[in-house]
Design a protein around this ligand. Structure first.
Ligand code: SAH
Length: 220
């Protein structure tokens, strides 16, 4: 028998992850659960770490960056209440996995990545898996948003800022939802900003730990 992990093994691990890490912890949005049952997360992880594809923690993707824990991806996606018609901005494409999940939930995703190597990596992963037909990866400083495709129905930020970058709130539609980790490097609050009738409301969902947001409205 081959020692290689087969498609069926990956599928089994993926379904188990959705049951034990997502559903068991309260993720209930059926479209989020379905997307994460379907998208091959193992294809978004570098070969040397592939055995960690379904562990309950962040995994290195190179350049000091990580792909978030599956639960965090699910929770953030759930917070955006996507119906399938939206244009979404993601800041921090990394591996492209989170962008693939958002692509399954919305009409169109623009995912901005500041590191050219990771922008190329995300593009490759999205193309290889066939998950990227409605996802555009852009190499730029996402702390300034991405004006050419603004405004956005929803914005998802995958790196931690000291405060929400003003450009992101400006590029959010009314109504619109934005999810972002805010706080110092050792721990942040995951916040949801909701723009409604010209006002912005904020709630804190949980505590979390993300890599720092760089760029003009980031940490450096
Ligand atoms: N969502 C990713 C994980 C992202 S890790 C995934 O599913 O794999 C955070 C990413 O944000 C890193 O790739 C990092 O390079 C990127 N990043 C940090 N600051 C950024 C900025 N100002 N603009 C765009 N990307 C940024």
């Amino acid at each position: 028998m081959s020692q290689k992990t087969t498609t069926t093994d990956w599928e089994r691990q993926r379904l188990e992850m959705v049951e034990r890490q997502l559903y068991a912890r309260g993720i209930r949005n059926p479209r989020v659960l379905e997307a994460m049952r379907r998208i091959p997360r193992e294809e978004f992880i570098p070969p040397q770490h592939r055995h960690l594809s379904y562990v309950d923690e962040p995994v290195p993707i190179g350049f000091g960056q990580t792909i978030s824990q599956p639960y965090m991806t699910a929770l953030m996606a759930e917070c955006l209440e996507l119906q399938g018609t939206e244009t979404v901005l993601e800041v921090g494409a990394g591996s492209g996995y989170h962008a693939a999940v958002l692509g399954a939930l919305a009409a169109r995703v623009i995912s901005v990545e500041i590191l050219p190597e990771l922008a190329a990596y995300a593009r490759e992963n999205l193309d290889r898996t066939g998950c990227g037909s409605n996802v555009q990866v852009v190499c730029a400083d996402g702390s300034l948003g991405w004006p050419p495709a603004a405004p956005y129905d929803a914005i998802s930020v995958a790196a931690a800022a000291s405060d929400v970058p003003p450009a992101l709130l400006e590029q959010l539609k009314d109504p619109g939802l934005l999810v972002i980790p805010v706080g110092p490097s050792w721990e942040q609050e995951l916040r949801v900003y909701s723009k409604r009738q010209g006002r912005v409301f904020v709630r804190t969902v949980t505590f979390c730990r993300f890599v720092p947001l760089r760029g003009k409205a980031g940490w450096e």
